[in-house]
Ligand binder design. Structure first.
Ligand code: ADQ
Length: 750
């Protein structure tokens, strides 16, 4: 064996050892972090529920105890909970509480003897496993005054830890494969340079006909390993490093550079004429735009949207087209013009007074008016016309966005039967009973099922949609495939959790986080030792802004150390102000802030700063980088990109996210302190915990969250949908629906 081969092998072995070492360290750190997180969660949950438990315990009201335990077990990581008496009797518990952790088994660990006084009872916890996977069991004594009442046993699901570890392992293995390949190639080159007639060898090597056979097995193995890792990553869509370029390559490779036509109500660039007569370009405050704009910049194509800006018409050509972004001209924005009546009926009326409250559990009643429905149908038809004008060829890819266009997929399919239509819902989908109150439920479902792929943020929303179809349509459900077959045509229903671009382009021109903090503190007139909380939202009743202010008030009530020191800034972009409910919300939020400020004001100090205005993205990101804590308190939210933007903004690895459990983001950003925004005790406690969190703990959480956001970014979201679309096209081609010749594809439509 030559020296070069021995050297290359030694290098691969050392890299292997290094990777193994790194894997072990990362695994240990992740474990210890998750354990700490678990302890914090138990503290939060128990302090929120303690009062209620004590009072029911005292009254020996077991049904009420059971209700409180059921509430606790609503936390998606808590699988079961039980209450036990001091005599180790079982008082109450959630369904299917595992016997292995019953009162009799757990109790002796909490107290030295049956009659031990309250101060000798100690919390206890252990890791264990059940047939479904690993769990963590914790038992917490319940003590009123000096009298022990008993204890509560909580069983936590630990399977997510295994999932996170698997992800880390895969990323490290990929890095190892790439390093090993690079090391082997370098070794070969160096050996040639120093020991042989190198120029001939390199030429032969590059031509792929090197005569030295000993390199072939090594390089062959390494290449096979890299190919396998890459394939695995592409197949499960979890490949690291989704970038605009990789998305472009995916489009080229799988969809042969097809032009993408995207339809959304909101346009990514609004031309507004200011009071001085100048035309400004405004970036709207919209999660949909935040997510999709970077995707369109990568994919090119056309974005079809309502042109609602005061200078939109004069900035576009006679077909309503304008190239954007203003200085980059990456894609075309095609504006659709609506009359004021159409806008009122379709946008404010049916979409935002009907469908928005229908899909969000935020205690607002949907209003359905026949007149609005008529406008909604008309506007969907108008957008279908615009799409047909923008497509090239008969089988374009059309991405329909959100609840404004539920009828559009079917309309497009009728006119372009060979199109690949994808629809994505950015808002939650309600359960079937709730959805059933819509008088046009059947038309909406049939309209959406015109799409070949229907995307939601979470599997839960997919399930709700499938249940709605099951209940209100004559269609075949394929639960195993998560698909619906309506009149012979299949729609796949899939979860694609949306995200933000990575890295965020707005950070490029911002100063370091410390400097942003200095600037923001100077603007707000805060002393250097002040603590800053932040909320960023469209002013919408689903975002829980009132609950957020009440949690700040409760924080100052319960923890006087923060009075005079903690300031909460709320950036609130006015939204849908033609709707009464939104106008009333504006007023309520303003008077609530004024009331709380009046209670706690002290000289120049005000606890709440309400900045009711649209802020351009660089300003929003400056605030993210300045804050100690960001509180997202949505009462119900499809995903919530503010939470993800906050993580993406913190390259200094500081700041803590407090996040409502009713957001889609809470299922992914497990490093946040997850709260129920209605529970002011729990929310204020989490805010206090966030403000007191040591820098190392903040860093651990932020680092882990940012690693997740870097990988699960919006390019990956779009890439996965486009790869699925490509598969669908292939299948349809095979079935003869595309070019290769279905004589009459319209036959499958009614
Ligand atoms: P939205 O309800 O618009 O989105 P969200 O996801 O929170 O909500 O995104 C809001 C966006 O607007 C963010 O990019 C934020 O920076 C920006 N923004 C908020 N307040 C602002 C202000 N005062 N000034 C300027 N910009 C502001 C819908 C769904 C969400 C889903 C997204 C994406 O309701 O659940 O996450 O689509 O799918």
């Amino acid at each position: 064996m030559s020296r070069a081969v021995r050297f290359a092998m030694a290098m691969i072995v050392s890299l292997g050892l290094l990777t193994w070492g790194a894997l072990t360290i990362v695994q240990r750190t992740t474990r210890s972090w998750f354990e700490k997180d678990l302890r914090l969660r138990v503290d939060l949950v128990m302090s929120g529920a303690r009062q209620a438990l004590l009072s029911h315990w005292e009254k020996d009201d077991r049904r009420a105890l059971e209700r409180v335990l059921a509430d606790i077990a609503r936390d998606e990581r808590i699988m079961a909970a039980a209450a036990c008496g001091t005599d180790l009797s079982f008082l109450a518990g959630t369904d299917e509480f595992p016997e292995a952790f019953g009162c009799v088994r757990v109790g002796p660990h909490l107290r030295p003897a049956a009659d031990s006084p309250a101060d000798l009872w100690v919390p206890w916890s252990v890791k264990a496993s059940l047939p479904g996977g690993p769990v963590h069991v914790s038992a917490v004594p319940i003590v009123g005054g000096s009298q022990p009442f008993g204890f509560v046993v909580l069983v936590h699901d630990l399977s997510f830890v295994a999932r996170r570890e698997a992800l880390t392992r895969r990323s490290l293995l990929a890095a190892f494969a790439v390093l090993a390949m690079a090391a082997s190639i370098l070794t070969v080159i160096f050996s040639r340079l120093s020991w042989r007639d190198w120029s001939d060898e390199i030429r032969r090597f590059l031509q792929g006909d090197s005569e030295r056979p000993e390199f072939r097995p090594i390089l062959g193995d390494v290449r096979r390993l890299v190919d396998r890792v890459m394939l695995e990553h592409e197949a499960d869509g979890s490949g690291a490093g989704w970038t605009p370029d990789r998305l472009k390559q995916t489009l080229n490779r799988y969809l042969h550079r097809e032009k993408v036509v995207l339809v959304a109500n909101r346009e990514p660039y609004i031309h507004e004429r200011g009071p001085d007569g100048r035309i400004d370009v405004v970036h709207p405050a919209s999660g949909l735009v935040t997510a999709l704009e970077p995707v369109m910049r990568a994919c090119s194509g056309v974005w079809v949207a309502h042109g609602g800006g005061s200078a939109d018409r004069e900035s576009a050509d006679r077909h309503g087209r304008v190239r954007v972004p203003p200085d980059e001209n990456s894609y075309v924005l095609r504006r659709v013009w609506l009359s004021p009546e159409e806008e009122r009926g379709y946008y404010y009326g049916f979409a935002n007074e009907g469908l928005w409250p229908l899909c969000h559990l935020a205690h607002a009643r949907p209003t359905f008016r026949t007149e609005d429905w008529r406008h909604y149908q008309e506007v969907n038809r108008k957008f279908a016309d615009a799409v047909c004008e923008e497509v090239e060829g008969e089988d374009p890819i059309v991405l329909v966005q959100d609840y404004h266009f539920t009828l559009l997929p079917r309309l497009i399919r009728k006119r372009l039967p060979r199109a690949t239509v994808l629809m994505f819902l950015h808002i939650p989908w309600p359960n079937s009973e709730r959805f059933g109150v819509c008088p046009w439920r059947q038309e909406l479902l049939e309209g959406m099922l015109g799409a070949g792929i229907l995307g939601f943020h979470t599997q839960y929303h997919c399930n709700n949609f499938l249940d709605s179809v099951d209940r209100y349509l004559e269609a075949r459900l394929d639960r195993a495939e998560n698909a619906v077959v309506l009149r012979g045509r299949q729609t796949l229903v899939r979860a694609y959790p949306i995200s933000v671009e990575w890295p965020v382009r707005w950070l490029r021109d911002l100063p370091p986080a410390q400097e942003c903090r200095r600037q923001v503190f100077a603007e707000l007139g805060l002393p250097p030792n002040a603590l800053l909380g932040l909320g960023v939202d469209r002013l919408d009743y689903t975002k829980g802004v009132e609950e957020r202010f009440l949690a700040v008030e409760r924080l100052l009530d319960r923890f006087p150390e923060f009075r005079g020191r903690f300031t909460f800034v709320q950036l609130a972009a006015p939204s849908r102000t033609l709707i009464d409910r939104y106008r009333q919300l504006n007023e309520r939020v303003e008077s609530l802030a004024a009331r709380i400020n009046a209670r706690f004001e002290d000289g120049p100090y005000r606890p709440i700063v309400l900045l009711r205005a649209h802020h351009e993205p660089p300003a929003v990101f400056r605030y993210y980088r300045a804050a100690d804590v960001c509180y997202v308190s949505s009462l119900h939210d499809g995903m919530n990109l503010v939470a993800k933007e906050f993580g993406a903004a913190r390259d200094d690895e500081r700041g803590v996210l407090v996040l409502s459990e009713f957001t889609g983001a809470a299922r992914e950003l497990t490093e946040a302190l997850i709260v129920n925004p209605y529970d002011l005790e729990q929310a204020s406690e989490a805010l206090a915990a966030a403000l007191r969190m040591p820098p190392e703990a903040q860093r651990d959480r932020m680092r882990s969250m940012r690693a997740f956001l870097a990988e699960f970014n919006v390019y990956r979201w779009a890439g996965r949908m486009l790869v699925d679309a490509a598969r669908l096209r292939r299948q349809e081609r095979l079935a003869g629906r595309l070019h290769d010749g279905d004589p009459d594809p319209r036959a499958v439509l009614s």
